[in-house]
Design a protein around this ligand. Sequence first.
Ligand SMILES: [Cu+2]
Length: 117
Amino acid sequence: MRYAARLVLLALLSLSSAAADSAPASEPRTVAVTARRYEFEPATITLKKGETVKLVVTSEDVTHGLFLRPLHVDMDLPAGEARTVVVTPAESGTYTAICHHFCGAGHGGMKLKVIVE
Ligand SMILES: [Cu+2]
């Protein structure tokens, strides 16, 4: 009985250490972007192909959006709130993300250039 209990305990211990080993080595790099009428700041961000990054986007004034189909980014950005999306670009290239929530007269020119190296 006692021996069996020890075996179970050993099995549980090895399971928990296996789970710890499979945890990600480090947090992804964070890229912060601010949205405001009628720009994103910075206006250009540079990512690396295959690198996972955490994109944190905050609107300063009204509701904006951020849309970039090739990177599967489709964010609503309510005023004053930070929203996060994790992206891992699969292809290098230069992309243009747009605001896809009408935010005023300059809405059509509100773009974020995304370079994937
Ligand atoms: Cu807009």
